[in-house]
Structure formats: structure tokens, C-alpha cells
Design a protein around this ligand. Structure first.
Ligand code: PAF
Length: 288
């Protein structure tokens, strides 16, 4: 246990298990919110959901090296544990689990978890290592925390579907609960990476959500998927420094829609770059 942080904090699997086992033997249910820290209001909304669904809430903070490729921002990723602990305490979270690298990946660690299905395409085309890293650490976190439910933000929509698939396929016995995207007043989706944006790029970033919402509106009016996407891609090419993708996919499976118009609940997903910062966002679109 850490005495310097304003919330009960454990750094080892053994200490974590001792506390969670105590709760379980008292008949308490456990909700879990895994994070990489640099917490913002979006994360706190996930804590609120976990608290509404379980008797006790655990949050983890671990910047997972396995989901960053060489050259990505692992070293620069914001690490703000004292602030994170203060936010979690204020939100009424019961326990912070903050393992270090060797606790999570001891010498000789040699296992990787691969999920197929919803992990294909989209993020994987640009970050091929990403979902294996996420699935590996989340599998470990689930077996360490043993939660009854775990909350994942819809901001990382593909990740949410990958984890849902993982939990079902491996019978992990944890309910995966989605948390809605939380946005700034101007619509920018909250992200720990928004701190990287220069003031000028912060202004430009707002165009991402505006574009996705206008796509959703067009599709919901029955406009053709291919024309809507072509227009959106053209606008995005001129608004941002690079467009990794803008796609419309089935909201349940992330498979491509048969078209030509929206015929099922869909998700419009995008990843773009502004300077060195990569932003992802997505919005829902429902057929009339
Ligand atoms: O979404 C995140 O912050 C991370 O991908 C997660 C789920 C905590 C795994 O490291």
C-alpha cells in the first residue's frame, strides 16, 4: 500500500489479490476500469459507470509498452500518477492498482494474446502491433483483478469490440460495459493525447468530430455511403496533415456494410494526424 497517495494504492499482484479476495469473501462485486493514466473526465465517467454497476471499483494505471511500436510515444506518454490518484479519490474509486513494468512483464515473459475478428483493418492497418499488446495486458489485468465487470470507453470503439470478443472467446467471466465518448464543449473527444496538440492544432482538431457528425447526419438521411465517404475524405485531406482512415462499419462487428445506403446500426470511425499527434474518433449512425 502507498501512504503518499490519496487513495489506497497497490503495486503488486499479491497486494491487489489480498484486497480483492477480502471484498469477494464479503460478497462484494468488483467493477474495473483499466487505464494508462493521464486521467481526464472521460476516464472518470467510466469510474462512475463502474461504481453504478458494482460494490467496489478498481482502476489500474499502467502505460503498457506492448501496445506501442518502436518510434511511437511510449517514452513521452504523459505519466501523472499523483494527479491520477487525486482524481480517482475524488471520484470515489476504492483502489488504484499501479504495477510497474517487471511486475506485469517479468523476465522471460513470452506470451501474446491475439484476437481476430474486430481487430482486423482500421487501427491494425496503421498500428499492427496494437491490439495484441492491448489484448495481452487486458487478459493479465482481468486475471489479476478478477472483476465482475469492466468498463471501456467507446472513444476507442475498435478496442471495445476487441475486448468484448476476447472476454467472450476466453470465457473470462467479466461483463464488458461500454462508456459513451465524453467531449469538450466544442465536440473534441477527450483523449490523454490531446495535451500534445499545439494551440493552432487544437483549433484544427475540432473539425474531426464536426466532420463525423455531418457524415452521420447525411447517412441517416439515406445518402449513399460511398459518396458521403468520398466527400468526407476530401474534406479531411484538406483539414488535417494526414488521414489514416475514415470508414463506415457495422457497429456490432466492424465489418464493411454491403451498401449502398445505411441498413443497420453503424459506426463512422476515423484516425487523422495533426502535426505529430494522431487523433481517433467515432460516432454512431442509425438507419431511419
Ligand atoms: O485504452 C487504454 O487506455 C488502454 O489501451 C488499456 C485498455 C488500458 C490497455 O492498456
Amino acid at each position: 500500500m502507498s501512504e503518499t497517495l490519496p487513495i489506497p494504492t497497490v503495486h503488486t499482484v499479491a497486494d491487489l489479490r489480498a484486497i480483492v479476495s477480502g471484498w469477494k469473501s464479503d460478497g462484494k462485486t468488483v467493477g474495473f476500469v483499466p487505464t494508462m493514466g493521464a486521467l481526464h473526465a472521460g476516464h472518470i465517467s467510466l469510474i462512475d459507470i463502474a461504481k453504478s454497476r458494482a460494490d467496489k471499483t478498481v482502476a489500474s494505471v499502467f502505460v503498457n509498452p506492448k501496445q506501442f511500436a518502436p518510434g511511437e510515444d511510449f517514452g513521452a506518454y504523459p505519466r501523472t500518477l499523483p494527479d491520477d490518484a487525486a482524481r480517482l479519490a475524488a471520484a470515489g474509486c476504492d483502489l488504484l492498482y499501479a504495477p510497474n513494468g517487471p511486475e506485469m512483464y517479468p523476465d522471460g515473459f513470452a506470451t501474446s494474446v491475439h484476437v481476430g475478428g474486430p481487430s482486423q483493418e482500421l487501427e491494425t492497418r496503421f498500428r499492427p502491433h496494437f491490439f495484441d499488446g492491448v489484448a495481452t495486458v487486458v487478459t493479465k489485468l482481468f486475471t489479476q483483478v478478477r472483476p465482475d465487470c469492466a468498463v471501456f470507453g467507446e472513444k476507442d470503439y475498435q478496442q471495445l469490440l476487441v475486448i468484448t470478443r476476447l472476454a467472450a472467446d476466453l470465457d473470462l467471466d467479466v461483463d464488458i460495459i461500454p462508456g459513451p465518448v465524453v467531449r469538450e464543449a466544442d465536440g473534441l473527444a477527450l483523449s490523454s493525447r490531446n495535451v500534445y496538440l499545439s494551440p493552432e492544432n487544437r483549433v484544427r482538431a475540432v473539425r474531426l468530430n464536426a466532420l463525423l457528425f455531418s457524415c452521420a447526419e447525411a447517412l441517416e438521411k439515406g445518402e449513399p455511403i460511398s459518396g458521403t465517404l468520398n466527400t468526407a475524405r476530401m474534406i479531411a485531406e484538406s483539414a488535417f496533415d494526414l488521414v489514416d482512415y475514415i470508414e463506415v462499419r457495422c457497429a456490432e462487428t466492424l465489418s464493411a456494410l454491403p451498401g449502398p445506403v445505411l441498413d443497420r446500426p453503424a459506426r463512422i470511425l476515423a484516425a487523422i494526424r495533426l502535426g505529430d499527434t494522431r487523433l481517433i474518433d467515432n460516432v454512431a449512425a442509425h438507419p431511419a
